[in-house]
Design a protein around this ligand. Structure first.
Ligand SMILES: N[C@@H](CCC(=O)N[C@@H](CS)C(=O)NCC(=O)O)C(=O)O
Length: 98
């Protein structure tokens, strides 16, 4: 069986899009690791590098797969593709660990 993939979300404290993205993950009972980039230059640089240059928060990852920001997460949800994106990211993680 494929192990569940870790969800990471980079956030700042005052960002409404971050709150909205986390609300959806919580509503879907999806655990996530939150990395606050408030005043943390290194964490922000890591986020931007992983997110192909995107600098806004939130930036969301399923394993190493970059999902994008809040709107991208909701697009997946509204298209009914959230679960398949998680499954695909988990499959990728397994392939990379082989
Ligand atoms: N469309 C983006 C909007 C994200 C956005 O505008 N985030 C704001 C904070 S709420 C931001 O990062 N502003 C620039 C900055 O803080 O450096 C999304 O859905 O994630």
């Amino acid at each position: 069986m494929t192990a569940p993939v870790e969800i990471t979300i980079y956030t700042t404290r005052t960002c409404p899009y971050c709150r909205r993205a986390k609300d959806l993950l919580q509503k879907k009972n999806l655990a996530y690791r939150e990395i606050s980039v408030d005043g943390d230059f290194e964490a922000r640089a890591q986020m931007t590098a992983r997110a192909n240059g995107r600098t806004t928060v939130p930036q969301i990852f399923f394993g190493e797969t970059h999902i994008g920001g809040c709107d991208d997460l909701y697009d997946l949800h509204y298209d009914g593709k959230l679960e398949s994106a998680l499954a695909e990211a988990a499959r990728q993680a397994e392939l990379e660990n082989e």
